[in-house]
Design a protein around this ligand. Structure first.
Ligand SMILES: CC(C)(COP(=O)(O)OP(=O)(O)OC[C@H]1O[C@@H](n2cnc3c(N)ncnc32)[C@H](O)[C@@H]1OP(=O)(O)O)[C@@H](O)C(=O)NCCC(=O)NCCS
Length: 137
């Protein structure tokens, strides 16, 4: 997928945090530590450092959600990470992002920590960041 398509999916899918724009995707894709894994309608963008990876962005096109698209993208991502020698994945997800938390739980990620008030939603409202992890080796 090209940065414009990734940004379009993000802009329509993200509800709980600011979506990445095309410039942010271009910058990430210029780094050789970035691994992008796509299906037709979903993607996972991970940063790889030695034997650890962090999922930095993941989304499915809202017109194709609950059809297993993001699950396929994540499984393919994990297969590729395993081949590169990665043994553990981390990510941060907004506490109020029920769909994403359900998704990650379904894929055997468990809570490893919490950052209170990490996301600022408005002048008055914040949300916690839940740190999740999964061993893959
Ligand atoms: C989270 C997201 C990627 C899931 O994409 P998807 O293609 O719909 O996911 P799948 O169809 O593979 O769903 C697999 C499982 O995830 C869980 N899940 C997915 N959407 C869910 C929802 N709205 N509520 C609760 N659980 C959900 C379910 O367990 C689901 O299995 P089921 O359909 O058999 O019940 C999608 O909702 C999305 O793009 N959200 C916005 C972006 C975002 O918040 N990304 C995470 C940033 S950390």
């Amino acid at each position: 997928m090209i940065p414009d398509r990734l940004a379009d999916i993000c802009a329509r899918a993200y509800r709980h945090m600011a979506p990445w724009d095309a410039t942010a995707f271009e910058a990430a894709l210029a780094q050789d530590t970035t691994q992008l894994t796509c299906t037709e309608h979903a993607f996972v963008l991970a940063q790889v450092v030695l034997d650890e990876a962090e999922i930095q962005a993941l989304a499915a096109d809202p017109d194709f959600q609950r059809k297993g698209e993001a699950s396929r993208a994540l499984r393919n991502c994990i297969d590729r990470l395993t081949q590169r020698g990665v043994t553990r994945i981390f990510l941060e997800v907004a506490a109020k992002n029920t769909p994403a938390r359900g998704f990650y739980a379904r894929h055997n990620f468990t809570q490893a920590g919490i950052r209170k008030g990490y996301y600022r939603l408005s002048a008055q409202e914040t949300d916690d960041a839940i740190i999740m992890t999964r061993e893959i080796a």
